[in-house]
Design a protein around this ligand. Structure first.
Ligand code: S3P
Length: 425
């Protein structure tokens, strides 16, 4: 479908997963790393804060920062607790790193993070020889006493990049070979970045092995835009027939592009321009034009490639013809909120026909105007997904806590205002 208005062109902030890893891996490298376009969000600030407490000289985050790493053995025992805020990635990846050091560190987090499961990383780290204590066996606070580690071949029972990365990073700092097998492929930024820094990474179908290097080379990185943040504007355009968004310099890593593939399967016109390889990742521009949408079925291997976008997909499904069925996504129950229960109850509040499944949900679309107040439970992705739905003409949706978007996307509401003005012209 041809564009009815001028396209809305936006470059959303840097990828969150890559930004966390950039700080951690720069800290463990030998020499000065340069990172451009890091995401300056609350979650990445949590990683910066934790690294500072471990003795790393992390500068204030900005568009072009340099971090001097002092090597794989350089972290110091923290004098204070490691506050991970709302960030699961900070907790689980730093948990793996700290497990390789001969000191004790106590990880804490906010209310949401304190409800999230941590046994999934404690189990492999214990198998490697670290001591990990958790409240009620599964929750923060988490006390890690690291030290000499042994090699492990871990069979993960879920596709989780955080679990996979915790094991790979423990092997990296512990100087022991490790491997992780998972049931489906999860995002692979850790593998790509560490390989670029000189670590031995061997991929054998769903199994990843790390052969630890003597040292990590510093990073020279331009962080591409986050596909999980770009998704909100792709969704908005997709739901408005004839409106076009151009999303610049997005990370097109195939473990992250599931949502855009699904928009295309629903009937939106989704194109990619200027795709190229940069710094071990594929980057390029998405061009999305809206069209009448139809419901889809999502499950299996497609789920990890769009895990953070499933709340948004459910919102898009509420405007698509027919039924959308999401299964195989029980991990949604242990994200920043129970995203199955929260998405379904909020959709129902708005008058949408939606139901929970143990591992997903069913949403039946309609064209009736949606009105009501959304309870986000402090979950950034819920706030933004329903914000997009509320930006459609005819809908009146109030989000109880819009500010929580700063966890992953500072400036989201301003960009959303610009997009709706552009699409209204
Ligand atoms: C992330 C992995 C995913 C994702 C999270 C970021 C990462 O979590 O949901 O937002 O950066 O490794 P899981 O590994 O728990 O699936």
């Amino acid at each position: 479908m041809a564009s009815l208005t001028r396209p809305f062109v936006v470059r959303v902030p840097g990828d969150k997963s890559i930004s966390h890893r950039a700080l951690m891996f720069a800290a463990l490298a030998e020499g000065e790393s340069r990172v451009q376009g890091i995401l300056e969000s609350a979650d990445v600030q949590s990683t910066a804060g934790v690294l500072r407490r471990l003795g790393v000289d992390v500068p204030e985050l900005g568009p072009d920062i340099r971090v001097t790493g002092r090597g794989l053995r350089s972290l110091h025992a923290p004098r204070e607790v490691l506050d991970c805020g709302n960030s699961g990635t900070t907790t689980r990846l730093m948990g793996g790193i700290v497990a390789g050091f001969p000191f004790e560190a106590r990880f804490v987090g906010d209310e949401s993070l304190s409800r999230r499961p941590m046994r999934r990383i404690a189990a492999p780290l214990r198998a490697m020889g670290a001591s990990v204590e958790l409240r009620d066996g599964d929750s923060l606070p988490m006390l890690v006493r690291g030290g000499a580690l042994r090699s492990v071949s871990w069979e993960s029972d879920r596709a989780s990049a955080q679990v996979k990365s915790a094991v790979l990073l423990a092997g990296l700092v512990g100087g022991v070979e490790v491997s992780v097998a998972e049931p489906e492929r999860s995002r692979d930024h850790t593998e790509r970045m560490l390989a670029a820094q000189g670590a031995g990474i061997v991929i054998d179908e769903l199994k990843v092995s790390l052969i630890p290097p003597a040292a990590l080379a510093p990073l020279q990185l331009r962080v591409p835009a986050d596909p999980s943040s770009a998704a909100f504007f792709g969704a908005l355009a997709a739901m408005m027939p004839g409106r076009t968004v151009v999303l610049r310099y997005v990370c097109l890593n195939p473990t992250r592009t599931g949502f855009f593939d699904m928009l295309s399967a629903m009937g939106a016109d989704v194109g990619v321009e200027h795709a190229r390889e940069e710094g071990g990742e594929i980057v390029g521009d998405y061009v999305v034009t809206g069209a009448p949408l139809a419901g889809v079925t999502v499950g299996g291997a497609a789920v990890p490639a769009m895990i953070d976008e499933l709340p948004l997909l459910a919102c898009v499904a509420s405007r698509a013809g027919g039924e959308t069925r999401i299964t195989g996504a029980s991990e949604l129950r242990v994200k920043e909120s129970d995203r199955i229960a929260a998405v379904v109850s909020n959709l129902r509040t708005l008058g949408v026909d939606a139901e929970e499944l143990p591992d997903g949900m069913i949403v039946r679309g309609s064209t009736q105007p949606l009105r009501g107040r959304i309870v986000t439970h402090g979950d950034h992705r819920l706030a933004m997904a329903f914000g997009v739905l509320g930006a459609l003409p005819g809908n009146e949706i109030e989000v109880d806590d819009p500010r929580c978007a700063v966890v992953s996307f500072p400036g989201f509401w301003e960009r959303l205002g610009e997009a709706t003005r552009a699409f209204g012209d």
